[in-house]
Design a protein around this ligand. Structure first.
Ligand SMILES: [Fe+2]
Length: 562
């Protein structure tokens, strides 16, 4: 029999094995976000199995593979029992399949069921909470569904007794380049991080988050399944070009620059549930406008205390809030302008609730060896060229460098907490030391590269092509030292990874970050690795030129001690 006939026969058997066919009448609600948004998440809603058209991944999988991936964190607090929170993401289910998942852990050589959870719709995600978790030992787990589907992984013991903690940092996973992330997964597998941080833009599929999230999970699940993972959504994850959440209100403009969310609150909440339910519980859980949830929280891993922030949820939109200084509400191109003209009273960055949390968090030092803030984007605009090498902007307001007063207020708390900052979003990897009142008086910060940089290239390229004062004498990079960004924020540039030719997939400046907290040596090392390994003369992979950057790691003592 010809090979193609064999494949057709196999497909017929497969469809028959699904137990169908079903009609649209058997399907769950085809418009879970309302008929005005009928196509929203449409690849994974209603009679999804009947829908035609190209999909980035196969959704009709053999039923023993219906659990796409799982991700977890363990909440460890001093003098309190630990809690495991684990989310399992399913491929879309068929009408006769149970909407319940089970979680088992391996104890004394046998699998023991520890929790059951409903599989949510829309979203096809299930969420398990296990109290009194023993964080002192490795525990294999498996998620199960119906009779045959299984997904296995390992909840690692907390590494608090080790000298160092390793964190993988990633963001901006271009959907224009589908397929596996083979080299990045291999590099991070070798680095074996204790924690993974995906800072946002896990997908750019905007209105199809469930399928996009499964696609992301398939790309990274072999890393994620075996270590705690933080995922926080950014603008593209909720269908925006840029996001100014403005306390959750509805946005009316097509670019969202008036502030708020363009898509229905139920969709935003689904995205946030899929990406963040497994984080420790929100520290201040009251929802914002439209009933949109919040997830900002605290996660302690190995004695390193992470504050997980939502940069976008409370931030003011620029349209109508500040003077017009460029072709877009968020771009400033005016040759001459006063940065104070856009730093107006009442503009929000992190918002009062997150600032209050940050101040409380900064005081918590019992059993804590280091502090670190995780959020979507950078507290400066360490970029000159945007999108193309010809597009030089004076300032881009889509970063935490604006509004400047909110930026400085947040950075003062980070500095006093002795915290470093890790983020993504910018599509240009940098390490800076922030300046608040003067250069060098603020916290260190690492913006990781894009995972795949086929969406928007950016470059650090001062117009005068001169190093700043206090340039690094041994760096191979020409433009290090003290600068001001286009908003007047002080930064000291320590390293950057500019793209070369964006058309060449090996010159896009993309890849991943690895951050090593060495609590004994009191150093933190920021590493920046290219997506495709670059081998040195010794055949060993090399980081981008100018990396790694090694900075002091201060032990936290609380705000009152200052
Ligand atoms: Fe991005």
């Amino acid at each position: 029999m010809p090979a193609c006939s064999c494949r057709r026969l196999a497909m017929l058997f497969f469809v028959a094995a699904l137990g169908g066919p079903w009609s649209a009448a058997d399907a769950p609600d085809p418009h879970p976000f309302g008929t005005a948004h009928g196509g929203l998440d449409g690849w994974a809603t209603g009679a999804w199995w009947e829908k035609k058209g190209k999909r980035p991944i196969e959704l009709h999988v053999p039923r023993h593979d219906v659990i796409a991936f799982a991700l977890y964190t363990v909440t460890v607090a001093p003098a309190a029992p630990a809690t495991l929170k684990l989310s399992a993401q399913f491929f879309p289910l068929l009408p006769d399949e149970p909407r319940e998942a089970r979680l088992e852990v391996r104890r004394d050589g046998a699998w023991v069921e520890v929790a059951r959870a409903a599989i949510e719709y829309p979203g096809w995600d299930a969420h398990f909470r296990v109290a009194d978790w023993d964080a002192g030992r490795d525990q294999p787990y498996r998620v199960r569904h119906a009779a045959r589907a299984t997904f296995e992984g390992l909840v690692r013991r907390d590494p608090g007794d080790r000298q160092s903690l390793v964190v993988g940092v990633l963001s901006c996973n271009s959907s224009s380049t589908p397929g596996p992330r083979t080299e990045i997964v291999a590099g991070l597998t070798a680095a074996d991080p204790d924690l993974l941080f995906f800072a946002g833009d896990q997908s750019y599929r905007h209105t199809q988050h469930t399928v996009a999230w499964i696609e992301f999970g398939l790309q990274f699940r072999d890393l994620i399944r075996n270590r705690p993972t933080v995922t926080i959504p950014d603008d593209h994850d909720v269908g925006h070009p840029n996001l100014w959440g403005a306390g959750g209100k509805r946005a009316l403009r097509g670019d969202g620059a008036d502030g708020g969310y363009m898509l229905p609150a139920a969709y935003v909440n689904m995205v946030e549930r899929q990406q963040t339910w497994h984080l420790p519980d929100p520290v201040d859980p009251a929802p914002v406008a439209q009933g949109i949830g919040v997830y900002f929280t605290r996660l302690v891993v190995g004695g390193v205390d992470f504050a997980i922030l939502e940069d976008r949820k409370f931030k003011t939109g620029p349209w109508g809030a500040i003077p017009d200084l460029g072709p877009r509400p968020d771009h400033i191109t005016a040759a001459v302008y006063d940065p104070a003209a856009v730093d107006l009273p009442g503009l929000q960055l992190l918002g009062a609730r997150q600032l209050a949390f940050l101040r409380r968090w900064a005081e918590e030092c019992q059993g804590i060896r280091a502090k670190c803030v995780l959020s979507q984007t950078a507290f400066c605009g360490a970029v000159h060229l945007h999108g193309t090498p010809a597009n030089r902007l004076r300032a881009d307001l889509d970063c935490n460098g604006w509004p400047q007063s909110g930026r400085n207020e947040a950075l003062r708390i980070l500095r006093d907490a002795k915290a470093v900052h890790l983020c993504g979003d910018q599509h240009l990897a940098v390490v800076v030391r922030h300046g608040i009142d003067r250069h060098g008086d603020g916290p260190w910060a690492f913006t990781c590269p894009a995972i795949v940089n086929t969406v928007y290239g950016r470059w650090w390229h001062p117009a005068d092509e001169r190093p700043g004062p206090h340039a690094l004498p041994t760096s191979p990079l020409p433009w290090t030292g003290d600068y001001e960004d286009g908003l007047g924020n002080k930064i000291t540039m320590h390293a950057y990874a500019n793209p070369g030719d964006l058309e060449d997939e090996r010159q896009r400046g993309d890849g991943y970050g690895v951050v090593r907290f060495d609590c004994a040596a009191e150093t933190i090392t920021f590493e920046c690795w290219p997506r495709f390994p670059r081998l040195g003369a010794d055949d060993m992979p090399r980081q981008y030129p100018g990396w790694p950057v090694v900075a002091p790691l201060e032990r936290p003592t609380g705000l009152r001690s200052r």
